[in-house]
Write a protein that binds this ligand. Structure first.
Ligand SMILES: [Zn+2]
Ligand SMILES: [Zn+2]
Length: 96
């Protein structure tokens, strides 16, 4: 089931909610994304069905000045979020 690009070394851990992890309802197409990952068993339900975890992980950018965090809902090719006049850097540490 692994096809195309896979981020090496970023295999999701079972009982931890991954920052940026996306869940999708197969019936109505609703999508959720984890804004703050914690421990615990996340089991979002929509249309009376458990939502499926997608392989998509939304990128999160953090401002080093004011610590604002942005999540990319739909990525582009030249995304450069700027906060406090500084380029924001993607958060990666939580994906390990
Ligand atoms: Zn639904
Ligand atoms: Zn800022």
């Amino acid at each position: 089931m692994i096809s195309g690009e896979t981020v090496a070394g970023n295999m999701p851990v079972k009982d931890k909610n991954i920052l940026g992890q996306v869940y999708r309802c197969s019936i109505c197409g609703a999508e959720l994304s984890v804004i703050k990952g914690g421990r615990g068993q996340l089991k979002p339900i929509c249309c009376n069905k458990e939502m499926a975890a997608l392989e998509t992980i939304n990128s999160v950018y953090v401002c080093s000045v004011c610590h604002s965090e942005f999540m990319v809902i739909r990525g582009g090719d030249n995304l450069e979020p700027i906060c406090c006049n500084k380029k924001m850097s993607p958060v990666r540490s939580l994906l390990r």
